[in-house]
Design a protein around this ligand. Structure first.
Ligand code: NAD
Length: 376
């Protein structure tokens, strides 16, 4: 038997008191101020949560590293068609288990390993080559999405599904249509401009020598070339970056240009992007799995917002719950921001339309009927 000693009793009592104190929920707030309702996290605690990442290429690896290091789930399942490489990656991750909170790592080229996931992150698909746009990937990645979604839904019909594969907004629309009309709205959503907004906040913060966490601002619309910086709502601390009606100066315009060019720049340097998208994916997973209602810009159906018609998915700031997108923050846009948003929706719809209209109705996803039992 290992020689384990009991800790000092006084020390232990201290922890007991601490735990009791933490569970007291009777802070006397003013009754006129609405309080956040007390609720249990519907998905249970950390160790009961299961996340599956589909696609173990550069982006999938970035997601796994961030998820493991941020202690987000008790089980992490990895799925990819490249079975041998997947086995290598899974073994490599498992061998780091002494250095993070206990997370069981499973891996397979079949989806049974993903069974009963709370959240599924889809990163599988072709990536941009240097100079290639995200929209050019649409046909190839739509075909991959058609293979993946029925499998995901078969094994995890209650999961919240996050789409990372590009072009992210169109892939999210396709995944949502494949999930079918009965799948709860908001449970399929895309990583969208979460990453673009982080790039935006970081560059603004660098230009004024502040912590990026003190810059609150959103890139909305497409995760890609036609993304929109909402200058009118950028705040530094609580201060508006621009006065009402003030136009962004040349430095600010360059910042947005740099956000748009970020992926092209990094891909020309190292061949792919993965760490920042991995961190933003983990940030989104944490909000969903802990039901935090954090506001994050993600891709959701914007039909009916800013006069957009049609089933276009674009990013707007959304509060995220265990059920995915809970509410959408409809920002007060200036006329020119609104016109740019509508133009962006139109551009996305033109690329999406041919695939969207030919997308077959979702296959009935039902468990296999049980073998008839022999009588007697
Ligand atoms: P990659 O080529 O390194 O990896 C893709 C992986 O997908 C490969 O391991 C491949 O085997 C796997 N795959 C292909 N078909 C599959 C299928 N049917 N089932 C399961 N796995 C399958 O590419 P990457 O750099 O990891 O990029 C992946 C996707 O993420 C691309 O579409 C890329 O453009 C996108 N991406 C999105 C963002 C974002 O912000 N949303 C950021 C970076 C990259």
């Amino acid at each position: 038997m290992p020689n384990l000693v009991e800790p000092d009793t006084q020390f232990r009592d201290h922890f007991v008191d601490f735990r009791v104190a933490k569970t007291v929920n009777t802070i006397p707030y003013d009754e006129a101020i609405p309080q956040k309702p007390a609720r249990e996290t519907p998905l249970g605690n950390h160790s009961s949560k299961k996340v599956t990442v589909v696609g173990m290429g550069q982006v999938g690896l970035g997601c796994v590293v961030a998820i493991l290091n941020q202690d987000i789930c008790g089980t992490l399942a990895l799925v990819d068609i490249a079975a041998k490489k997947l086995e290598g990656e899974a073994k490599d991750f498992q061998q780091g288990s002494a250095f993070h909170q206990h997370t069981t790592i499973l891996a397979s080229d079949t989806y049974d390993v993903s069974e009963n996931s709370d959240m599924v992150v889809i990163t599988a698909g072709v990536a941009q080559q240097p100079g290639e746009s995200r929209l050019s990937l649409v046909d190839r990645n739509a075909n991959i999405m058609k293979k993946i979604m029925p499998e995901v839904l078969k094994y995890s019909p209650n999961a919240t599904i996050l789409i990372v594969s590009n072009p992210c907004d169109i892939m999210t629309a396709i995944a949502a249509k494949l999930a079918g009309p009965d799948f709860p709205q908001g449970k399929v959503f895309g990583a969208g401009t979460c990453l673009d907004s982080s790039r935006f906040q970081t560059l603004i913060a660098q230009s004024i020598d502040l912590d990026p966490k003190n810059v609150h601002g959103y890139i909305i619309g497409e995760h890609g070339d036609s993304s929109i910086p909402v200058w009118s709502s950028v705040r530094v601390g609580a201060l508006p970056l621009l006065e009402p009606g003030e136009e962004p100066n040349e430095t600010l315009k360059k910042i947005h240009k740099s956000v748009v060019n970020s992926a092209y720049d990094i891909i020309s340097l190292k061949g792919y992007t993965n760490w920042a998208i991995g961190m933003s994916t983990a940030h989104i997973c944490k909000a969903v799995l802990n039901d935090t209602r954090t506001i994050i810009p993600v891709s959701t159906c914007v039909r009916g917002l800013y006069d957009v018609e049609g089933d276009v998915f674009l990013s707007l700031p959304c509060s995220l719950s265990s059920q995915g997108v809970q509410r959408v923050a409809v920002l007060p846009l200036t006329d020119s921001e609104k016109a740019t948003f509508q133009k962006c929706a139109k551009g996305i719809w033109e690329v999406q339309k041919p695939i969207w209209e030919n997308l077959l109705p979702p296959k009935e996803v039902k468990a296999e009927p049980a073998e008839p039992k022999s009588e007697g």
